[in-house]
Design a protein around this ligand. Structure first.
Ligand code: ADP
Ligand code: MG
Length: 317
């Protein structure tokens, strides 16, 4: 029998929480169910899958709850908040997908793995944190909280201040063998949620958590490489990657080579906080043996893979 194709599907923030919509758990469930349509089609076609997802709003809320509970419940470090959201969001996706598969009589199981991701203890971002998380504060308030909690705070937009945390580069998925074994057996694995929990390896080989967050697109590329996937499918809000995005000169792209992607990245077509990490993840995956990366919207997921008439495909050459 021919080996089944393996894909890693990265679900963007809008798969679960939509901008401008009141955020409730009921809504998160209903958005999740909606987002899984294309994924179910790929499963029907026999794909082996690992699913990753973002956690920006959810981890922001988790940190907020910790702050409000100060003095009443123990303080949770950021690594635990990431782990909690991996579990909670994993549950939401797992249950929604399993219900859907059962309903369609597709005999595949779904499981969530709370995933640790190895980073370099000396990663420059650990000394120079720059990823904004959580609430906005006045300068005075922010400085006070920074002193109380050992946070680093920086000015964000409009003179408002926020906490910044490191966002180190992911190197390797700790549970990669388990994920690969399960995926090869046809089990759908939800892994590296929110980019995974950053850990480093101590001199004696022990793992130790770092208070940081990992970019979910970068972690998805590492997971895809580590489990030997052919395809990395990144699902976000836009149907295609564009040049001059959001201007009158916007030009949507059907196909991109790694060389072109690097050139456009250098020309600043892909901003750091949004499309940049997706393109970097694509380059990294293709340069480490991946065959194809597709970036597209949730509704176009299936067509982009099977009919090849949607989305932006990125290839080595
Ligand atoms: P996600 O939660 O899926 O990671 P992001 O908001 O981080 O979503 O990144 C996707 C967004 O990047 C798109 O919705 C779009 O608004 C924006 N974007 C920025 N530059 C580009 C570009 N060159 N082409 C397409 N989209 C872009
Ligand atoms: Mg993003």
């Amino acid at each position: 029998m021919r080996r089944k194709k393996t894909a890693v599907v990265a679900l963007g923030g809008n798969a679960i929480t939509k901008k401008g919509e009141e955020d409730t758990i009921a809504r998160q469930f209903s958005n999740t169910r909606e987002s899984l349509r294309g994924i179910v089609e790929l499963i029907k076609d026999g794909y082996n899958l690992a699913i990753t997802h973002g956690n920006g709003p959810q981890v922001g809320n988790a940190v907020l709850r910790v702050e409000f509970a100060r003095g009443k419940a123990p303080i949770l470090p950021l690594g635990i908040c990431v782990a909690d959201t991996e579990g909670g969001m994993g549950y939401m996706i797992e249950q929604s997908l399993q219900n859907r598969l059962n309903k369609e009589r597709i005999k595949r199981e779904v499981v969530t793995i709370v995933t640790q991701v190895i980073v370099d203890k000396e990663d420059p971002s650990i000394k120079q944190p720059s990823k904004f998380i959580g609430q906005f504060y006045s300068r005075v308030e922010a400085k006070k909280l920074a002193k109380q909690n050992g946070w680093v705070v920086k000015e964000d937009r409009g003179k408002m201040w926020r906490r910044v945390v490191p966002s180190p580069i992911p190197l390797e998925i700790v549970e990669k063998k388990t994920v690969k074994t399960l995926v090869e057996k046809g089990i759908i694995v939800i892994a590296a949620g929110g980019g995974g929990i950053p850990v480093y390896v101590e001199n004696d080989g022990k793992l130790e958590g770092v208070d940081a967050v990992i970019d979910k697109d970068r972690a998805s590329a590492v997971l895809a490489r580590d489990i030997g996937a052919e395809l990395l499918l990144i699902l976000t809000e836009v149907e295609k990657v564009a040049l001059n995005y959001g201007t009158l000169l916007q030009q949507d792209l059907d196909r991109l080579t790694v060389e072109e992607a690097k050139k456009y990245l250098a020309e600043r077509h892909f901003p750091a906080g949004s499309m940049g990490p997706k393109i970097e993840a694509a380059i990294q995956f293709l340069e480490s043996g991946g065959k194809e990366v597709i970036i597209t919207s949730i509704p176009k997921a299936y067509d982009s893979v099977k009919k090849k008439n949607a989305g932006t495909r990125i290839v080595l050459k």
